[in-house]
Design a protein around this ligand. Structure first.
Ligand SMILES: NC(=O)c1ccc[n+]([C@@H]2O[C@H](COP(=O)([O-])OP(=O)(O)OC[C@H]3O[C@@H](n4cnc5c(N)ncnc54)[C@H](O)[C@@H]3O)[C@@H](O)[C@H]2O)c1
Length: 448
């Protein structure tokens, strides 16, 4: 098939790369010329495990190219995927300007019978509005994306479900079948990306109504956000009562009705999806006169967690962090990505600047991206040892593997008084042997 992918971010670039090595001709369209030239040189515009290798293979085969021009690419496209960003507006609602802009521009050139597919996460009801912008001969399919940054390629192959929702059943089936072609190239992709996958995996291919497909995506993210904030609420009680959040949640999760996933306490969720998907759900529900106090609560707990961690550190320093040298290890919103959008690590750094502390931060991949939102008073260290050298307090703010063994890096911190583990990534046994103070999140009993 001739496929066009509009938007070369995490979702669009991953889809473009994978379709291009699964027997299709793919054109990736992005308005950002830097992304276009990076992709044409076989490189992803961000760090994502295995993706560069697949992109390079697609380009080498002549099955993938990137451009900023719509006309030529869209005119010959059988399927057009919209994968542009849907950030939030200041009031929390979804900003659909990019989604509408992409659909309007594509609609000028779409051929009869082409399928227009929405992979971007949009509020329920958006599809009906986009359909009005498209020629009547072009079916619209909502095909929400469930990949996680840091494991985007893996998740696309080891999917739990692929959903195609829309009124035209044949179009839904075509989109599901198109994804099946990627699964059919499972072994090739595994070899090219050098990521190992579990053989024999079976995910579901599901056709739904348009509105259900739209709501499945935001509901999934909202529920995961809810689980994190729930764990963080219980973690605060653990600290107060001397219980341990990991013991509590792992045994709570033994109950099959509950499950263990996403019960990890820490400095809260961030990134380009959860915060804006939660606020988008609250806002879109409101437009249907439905209140979502449960999601507002999840969001408030999440906003509070960086403050909670700082308060716990302050307790150990008589409430005063003025002029304290603090190293922040990790700036990305999670490990294995360079994405710093809404990163709680950056929020912690900036809040500590307001406390008058001297902040030096280091991330193995995200230093450059972080600079856009970090306070100018934060020094960014090129090397971990430079961040640690004069630190009295070290905050682990992202669970990169290079921070998980304290004995790997504590010798580089000569004045260390306190380790604050904002992501609970240090091993409990090692923590109990630290000759400095320790605070975690909800690990009440093991705080030194
Ligand atoms: N990042 C994730 O992990 C993830 C996972 C699932 C779903 N999603 C959803 O997928 C969508 C895309 O997310 P992302 O993280 O890939 O976004 P992103 O911000 O990384 O990339 C979006 C890209 O779209 C481009 N763009 C904007 N308007 C355009 C236009 N009119 N024509 C061409 N290009 C245009 C931008 O230049 C940018 O490169 C969002 O709705 C997001 O919620 C993201």
């Amino acid at each position: 098939m001739n496929i066009v992918i509009i938007g070369s971010g995490y979702v669009g670039t991953t889809a473009a790369a994978l379709f291009s090595v699964s027997g299709h001709n793919v054109v990736a369209i992005d308005l950002d010329p830097k992304k276009v030239s990076l992709i044409n040189s076989g490189k992803a515009p961000f760090y994502e495990d295995g993706l560069d290798k697949i992109l390079a293979a697609g380009i080498e085969k002549g099955a993938l190219k990137a451009t900023s021009e719509y006309e030529g690419a869209i005119k010959s496209a059988d399927v057009v995927f919209s994968c542009v960003g849907t950030p939030d507006n200041p009031d929390g609602s979804s900003n659909l300007a990019y989604v509408i802009g992409a659909a309007e521009e594509a609609s000028k050139y779409l051929k009869d019978g082409a399928i227009f597919v929405q992979k971007s996460t949009v509020p329920v009801g958006t599809g009906r509005k986009i359909m009005k912008l498209l020629p009547s001969s072009v079916p619209y399919v909502s095909n929400p994306e469930f990949l996680r940054e840091s494991t985007a390629v893996y998740d696309t192959l080891m999917f739990d479900r692929i959903v195609a929702g829309g009124e035209d059943q044949e179009a839904n089936r075509s989109i599901l079948h198109l994804h099946q072609t990627v699964e059919d190239h499972f072994e090739d992709i595994s070899r090219i990306s050098q990521i190992s996958y579990t053989p024999g995996h079976t995910g579901s291919y599901l056709s739904t109504s348009l509105e259900s497909a739209e709501l499945i995506k935001v509901t999934s993210n909202a529920f995961l956000a809810l689980k994190i904030s729930f764990a963080n609420s219980i973690a605060q009680l653990c600290d107060a009562a001397g219980a341990n959040i990991e013991e509590v949640m792992s045994i709570v999760g033994e109950d099959q009705r509950i499950g263990k996933a996403f019960f990890k306490a820490g400095r809260g969720y961030g990134g380009g999806c959860f915060p804006k998907d939660v606020s988008g759900l609250i806002s879109s529900a409101r437009s249907f006169n439905v209140d979502m106090p449960i999601m507002s609560a999840a969001s408030s707990v999440n906003d509070y967690m960086p403050h909670y961690i700082i308060n716990r550190i302050k307790e150990k320093f008589d409430g005063d962090l003025h002029n304290e040298n603090i190293a922040i290890l990790g700036l990305a919103f999670k490990s294995e990505t360079s994405d710093t959008r809404r990163s709680p690590a950056i929020k912690i750094a900036n809040l500590l600047v307001e406390e008058g502390a001297n902040i030096i931060a280091y991330d193995p991949q995200a230093n450059e991206e972080a600079k856009a939102t970090l306070s100018e008073s934060v020094t960014v260290a090129e090397k971990r040892e430079d961040a640690l050298k004069d630190a009295t307090i070290v905050i682990i703010a992202t669970d990169w593997s290079e921070f998980k063994v304290a004995s790997d890096w504590t010798p580089q911190a000569h004045n260390l008084k306190l380790v604050a583990d904002a992501v609970n990534c240090l091993d409990v046994t090692e923590v109990s042997q630290l000759d400095t103070g320790y605070v975690g999140v909800g690990r009440g009993q093991i705080d030194a």
